[in-house]
Design a protein around this ligand. Sequence first.
Ligand code: AMP
Ligand code: GLY
Length: 423
Amino acid sequence: MRILVVGGGGREHALIWKLAQSPRSEAIYCAPGNAGIASLAECVPIAANDIQALKAFARERKIDLTVVGPEEPLTLGIVDEFEAAGLRIFGPGRDGARMEGSKAFAKDIMQKAGVPTAAFRQFTDYAEARAFVTAASRPLVIKADGLAAGKGVFVCRTAEQALEALERVMAHHEFGEAGARVVIEDCLTGEEASFICLTDGITVMPLPSSQDHKAVFDNDEGPNTGGMGAYSPAPVVTPQLHARVMQTVMQPVVDTLRESGIRFKGILYAGLMIEGGVPSVLEFNVRMGDPETQPILFRLKSDLVDLIEAVIDERLHEVSIDVDPQPAVCVVMAAGGYPGTYEKGLAIEGLDRAAGLAGTMVFHAGTRRQGPAVVTNGGRVLGVTARGTSIAAAIDTAYRAVSSISWPGAHYRSDIGGKALKR
Ligand code: AMP
Ligand code: GLY
């Protein structure tokens, strides 16, 4: 089978690493890929959101299966376009992708499905939003309705902070059309977890639980990033909580979507806030998490091609999923300055040394080849992933690999997995 993976981050490197292990995969292409992906797949210089060029490539190279990593092409309707052209592709259509592409739409589905989530209001009028925030006098979360590359959410302790966030989104239009509508919701407290499932629109099959680390510095300090590290499983997701999330969140949402005329096929990812053993949904994503994919796929023993095909062919109820009980940890190494401004093009040392450590894999994110060297090419650069007989052992191995890699200004958190150790 000839496979095309769309995207070029750590998540896509992990997807390709896993797909390449399938006896059914003959050739893998990646658009646009990165330096790490290039050792497993042929990278083609097509942007992940250039749907027409991707479609032309898939036709010309007789691609049998396309797997989409990031959300943007999904919200732009890549699945509808490919299917109309008779091409096989994994992911929800444009209508289902609104679960991530519009926070107001996701809230509406959650309300219909009776899913526990923060109380909210939505506004398109700046003056009305300001009046609401001024009168509320409690911590609020301001969210641009549309896609904002993970930057459109502001957790505001005070009315001043909330007014400033509204100004950025609704007056200065920092996120363009994505901020034409805002969702303002109550601020929840607790511990976050990522609950990521495969679904064919009827059956829901959970992948292993995981936890991301969004803040850039240790102890969850500093601004939010795309994710500075992850581990799987997340002990906060106890067996009871797991059952509760399946019953009160995942299955009702998939059923409600279907009853609304949307057969959702692909990945459905609930970002949870858990307090006192009770889950609430912060958001939905319609793709795998990055960096959660790295430890999750590191633990997955089943053939990923088989699982994806069962989703596309609507027979997910026929397959089961096999997971390595050993925990896995991914530590993200980022460019100094990220998530603010940072330098690119710095030579990365020590990749071979890290690759020699048993039970580890260095997934590339923002990297590119420059002559014989691999150089930095983004904010998140590497996802150093390791397994262990315990979470402590996995953490230890991951950091051993991290300490053998360097470039000027490289930054990583030193407490990835710490919350799991505390439990
Ligand atoms: P989202 O993109 O909606 O997941 O938001 C990004 C991050 O903002 C989440 O991972 C949380 O850390 C935080 N967040 C979002 N909504 C809330 C909320 N209602 N209460 C507290 N924190 C939130
Ligand atoms: N790691 C968070 C996300 O992928 O949305």
